[in-house]
Design a protein around this ligand. Structure first.
Ligand code: NFS
Ligand code: SF4
Length: 672
């Protein structure tokens, strides 16, 4: 195995400790493989076309700085004549396709469950948030009352839900017209989308069309390809993802602030440990119910365990954390390491972000790797227990029983890192509205007021993955701290939110430690953390809704692109992140990615994404590997928007000196 310099790979002490254990136990992890295999430089810049069998054709960008001559440019062409622009745009488009497909397919499952729940056929589920159901019914044109005048009486929640489910399901296959949720966007934004012809017609059609257009010999105009990328990504952000978030809230309850804990230290040596890993909260909800049932707890005791400890990983973790306070074992890069503790009796997975290597790691310990989704099987799985919403609770009980049965089989030395950190999560769009505006006022105006007054300089969305090609958690944490110091409030989801939690930033107390004076004051008055955990990656739709609410509350312009706001995914790796980035850009947000950017093979295309597109849609992409520089650009952008709004009080960016940094790190409990 490779010699690894652990201090360069992660800032998380728990992760470091487990990396060392993995090495000692002879377990290969993602970092070993990363040191043995460098990324392909041509693929990394999107400059390899392999969509037909005459290729692969490689058109890497020239290394020299001065730019290319016309002759050189001509030479950079695939066999069919495809230019670097076309090739790179097509590759980018296919990432958008896959990312949007993942979210929209997740969403389809939730709609199906919603329908079955309305029909009373989904075992264990019910419609929990009736108030949200009724609010949504209005958007979807579904009546909440029946009868006329004096005789009018409320419809049952099941009747409302059933009619709504049919309407929503229809939008997946809809061939023309506009997605219903588009109407939620600011008016100006909707008009812009219509002007450019990028209002999505349905959830599926845009993905199919984009796949078609990136087939050999179809769309050969990079600008036209990116236009369809926007349309496809919007069908995710304002379509599939938004539908998922809404219906998950209706079935499982809309998140409200709740306490939780995060990092590998949440596992318990004397308990049966079950990790739920993946993305769809559908089965995890029932596993949560099953894990609390007295019979199963008795059964666990019979096997010598003190109880059952459920913990989440990746976005499934965010979902059950923010609804039930179930602790999180870690973010994306910690999945192999969780098993390495030797204490995980079952790792239950569904879809997305699940490393295939888990099968090998699980075999080295006693861990049962249980796949639950017929769409995502693993050759090395211990068993497959397919989820079925008609028998969800029974299936969940079976899963928990499998884990309990495995408790006596632990064989390796168990070593659980001590690190875990308390968090307050569950800041849905509705909760933020309530906390800031109160139920009477019911708008985001208080937030706007503080932005206008300058106590809050701006709003940042910091989201997305971990990536083994960059130091684990470092960019998230550095970026977030810089933003807070400069009075920029942070909205976070996905693995980034988990990172914030691990270093203590999801507690109200952290505000006085990390924030500039203005932001600290607001957080203390309202009693919120300076980083608001808004959920999983499909819940980035909550950020779109929050941004829209800011626009509608008044005083900060008339479109999302007017807001002093920016978004970032400093450690992204997944295609879903690209889809999310594209729908944020198309919604008018300046969006920065770290690590690497997949279009650098074409200067012209990259230029368009980083500059030209802003003239059309008001948002644009950017790429910065260094998180401090990223913060600087986000803040500069926020200041620019403040200026345009005429609310630019002279404010200096606070630069952290070494001493401040040391103090912060000591406070966060980091090792460095
Ligand atoms: Ni988002 Fe969630 Fe994490 Fe990235 Fe994967 S878990 S959906 S894709 S890695 S943030
Ligand atoms: Fe090469 Fe054109 Fe085929 Fe792509 S489509 S592999 S550029 S010949």
């Amino acid at each position: 195995m490779a010699e690894l310099d652990f201090d360069k790979l992660t800032i998380d002490p728990a992760t470091k400790e487990m990396m060392k254990k993995a090495q000692a136990d002879g377990i290969e992890t993602i970092w070993d493989r990363a040191s043995a295999m460098k990324p392909c430089p041509i693929g990394a810049e999107g400059a390899c076309c392999r969509i037909c069998a005459q290729g692969p054709c490689r058109v890497p960008a020239p290394k020299k700085k001065e730019g290319e001559t016309q002759a050189e440019k001509k030479a950079r062409m695939g066999l069919c004549g495809a230019t670097a622009e076309t090739i790179v745009a097509r590759n980018f488009a296919r990432m958008v396709c896959s990312g949007s497909a993942s979210h929209n397919d997740h969403s389809r499952g939730v709609v199906k469950l919603f329908k079955e729940t309305a029909l009373g056929k989904a075992q264990g589920y019910q419609i929990k948030d009736v108030a949200k159901l009724k609010r949504l019914a209005k958007d979807w044109g579904v009546a909440t009352m029946e009868g006329e005048g004096e005789d009018a009486k409320p419809r049952t929640k099941e009747a409302i839900a059933l009619e709504m489910a049919e309407k929503i399901m229809f939008e997946f296959g809809q061939q023309e017209g506009e997605l219903t949720n588009i109407q939620r966007a600011p008016k100006k934004r909707q008009e812009l989308w219509r002007k450019y012809g990028i209002v999505p017609r349905g959830c599926d059609i845009e993905i199919v069309e984009l796949m078609h257009r990136t087939h050999m010999g179809v769309d050969q105009d990079y600008h036209n390809i990116i236009k369809q990328c926007s349309r496809t990504a919007l069908s995710d952000g304002w379509g599939g993802s938004m539908i998922s978030t809404d219906l998950q809230d209706v079935i499982f309850g809309c998140p409200v602030p709740i306490a939780g804990e995060i990092n590998l230290g949440v596992l318990k040596e004397d308990h049966v440990n079950i990790i739920i890993h993946g993305h769809e909260p559908v089965l995890p909800e029932m596993i949560y119910v099953a894990s609390q049932e007295p019979e199963l707890l008795e059964y666990a005791k019979g096997k010598g365990a003190k109880g059952v400890q459920l913990a989440g990983m990746c976005c499934s973790a965010n979902e059950i954390l923010m609804r039930h306070g179930i602790p999180i074992a870690g973010n994306y890069l910690q999945q192999e390491l969780a098993i390495t503790t030797g204490a995980v009796d079952a790792m239950v997975v569904d879809v997305q972000c699940i490393m295939e290597s888990l099968a090998n790691v699980a075999k080295c310990y006693h861990t049962k790797l249980i796949t639950t989704d017929p769409r995502a099987r693993m050759v090395g799985e211990t068993m497959h227990i397919p989820f079925d919403d008609h028998h969800a609770l029974d299936i969940a009980r079976q899963v928990v029983r499998e884990a309990i049965d495995n408790f006596p089989n632990r064989r390796a030395q168990v070593l659980i890192p001590k690190e875990s950190c308390p968090t307050i999560v569950g800041f849905s769009y509705e909760t933020i509205q309530y906390l800031l505006g109160g139920s009477i006022r019911g708008t985001y105006y208080t937030l706007n007021d503080n932005v206008i007054g300058g106590r809050i300089r701006g709003v940042a969305g910091v989201v997305g993955c971990n990536n083994c090609r960059t130091m684990h958690d470092n960019s998230h944490l550095t970026l977030i701290k810089e933003l807070l110091k400069n009075d920029v409030i942070v909205l976070s989801t996905g693995c980034s939110a988990m990172c914030a939690g691990k270093y203590g930033l999801l507690t109200p107390e952290s505000a006085s430690k990390y924030c500039g004076e203005g932001l600290a004051e607001i957080c203390e008055t309202v009693g919120i953390p300076p980083v608001l955990h808004m959920g999983s990656c499909v819940d980035n739709s909550r950020i779109l809704m929050a941004a829209t609410a800011c626009v509608k509350a008044g005083g900060l312009g008339t479109d999302i692109s007017d807001l002093p706001a920016a978004g970032a995914a400093p450690e992204w790796m997944s295609e879903k992140a690209i889809a999310i980035g594209q729908y944020f850009v198309a919604s008018g947000v300046y969006t920065l990615f770290g690590v690497t950017f997949p279009t650098t093979g074409s200067e012209i295309l990259t230029d368009y994404l980083f500059k030209g597109i802003e003239e059309e849609l008001g948002g644009k992409w950017d790429f910065v590997a260094d998180p401090e520089e990223m913060a600087k650009r986000m803040i500069a952008h926020i200041d620019l928007k403040r200026k345009a709004l005429g609310i630019d009080k002279a404010r200096e960016r606070v630069l952290m000196d070494m001493e401040m940094r040391r103090q912060l790190e000591a406070a966060a409990g980091g090792e460095e």
